[in-house]
Design a protein around this ligand. Structure first.
Ligand code: C2E
Ligand code: MG
Ligand code: MG
Ligand code: MG
Length: 274
């Protein structure tokens, strides 16, 4: 088909492909050195109690400042880190760094940290969480681990074992990006989730689209039955906030309340609010 499209088109296609491949290859190579050289840091996004408007916690999010390319998005580097296995040291870094920072604030704020399926499937998440808690002195009950849906769809004994071990430590378990993938509710009763985070794609039109509102309402209903807290992700406007609050969500997170920011900025924001 390439020949039919004409030589010009073919060359353009090849160059775009090559550029994408080159960048990916470059990032693969640089990731390892980046981890070793400490090019990663953690930023914090507030989570707000929808009834009171108070900040009740933060989500820790990784950032990579590449020496030549500048900031690289986690949407780009996390999949590469997962493929190469570097997600294990990187995920351990995010956990220990975030626990240390939040412990240092000495405020009654919860901390949520994202955990990759790879860390759970290989079991290394347990040592990473235990080391982060030990090293920081953060009480386990203050920590939520955010896990994605794909982890729960297969038959995986290692997953179930790791999950109940983490729960046994006293950590909370949040189901992240709920509804973005397979949206099967069947696995929810089988795992001890303490929170469900409704994916941004449902929050985006929740104030104007009956379908989105109906989905949010049924997630809230399901969660109530299992005593699970519901977080709405990606709230950008007051109209969205009002809609998810009315539908019964407990917590909101999104640009309306604050972008992911440095620990210092988060602390200043919290002091200004208090
Ligand atoms: P996530 O865990 O679902 O995190 C929420 C993402 O939505 C963040 O993107 C956040 O900046 C963005 N966001 C928050 N509020 C809004 C909003 O109002 N509007 C819009 N448009 N976006 C909003 P970010 O920081 O780029 O992270 C992307 C993803 O990368 C995360 O999605 C998570 O899956 C992954 N990630 C980030 N840090 C880590 C980490 O330490 N470990 C692992 N395994 N994954 C991570
Ligand atoms: Mg998350
Ligand atoms: Mg999410
Ligand atoms: Mg996401």
């Amino acid at each position: 088909w390439a020949r039919k499209a004409g030589p010009g088109t073919t060359r353009q296609f090849d160059q775009a492909m090559l550029r994408a491949l080159t960048r990916r290859r470059l990032l693969e190579i640089d990731l390892e050195e980046g981890v070793r050289q400490g090019q990663f840091h953690v930023v914090y996004q507030p989570q707000v109690h929808l009834q009171s408007g108070q900040i009740i916690g933060v989500e820790a999010l990784l950032r990579w400042q590449h020496p030549e390319l500048g900031p690289v998005s986690p949407a780009e580097f996390i999949p590469i880190a997962e493929e190469s296995g570097l997600i294990e040291p990187l995920g351990a870094f995010a956990l220990s760094e975030a626990c240390r920072t939040v412990r240092g604030w000495n405020l009654p704020l919860r901390l949520a940290v994202n955990v990759s399926p790879i860390q759970v499937e290989r079991g290394s998440v347990i040592e990473a969480v235990e080391a982060a808690l030990r090293g920081s002195g953060l009480p386990p009950a203050q920590l939520d681990l955010e896990l994605v849906e794909s982890l729960f769809l297969g038959q995986a004994d290692q997953v179930a074992a790791s999950i109940s071990h983490l729960r046994g430590l006293g950590c909370g378990l949040a189901l992240d990006d709920f509804g973005s993938g397979y949206s099967s509710l069947g696995y929810i009763p089988r795992f001890p989730f303490s929170k469900i985070k409704i994916d941004r794609s449902f929050v985006e039109h929740v104030h104007e689209d009956r379908g989105s509102a109906a989905i949010v309402r049924s997630v809230v209903e399901l969660a109530r039955g299992f005593d699970i807290t519901v977080i709405a992700e990606g709230i950008e406007t007051r109209a969205q906030e009002e809609a998810v609050r009315r539908l019964g969500c407990d917590i909101g997170q999104g640009y309306l309340y604050g972008r992911p920011m440095s620990g210092k900025e988060l602390l200043a924001l919290q002091h200004a609010a208090a």
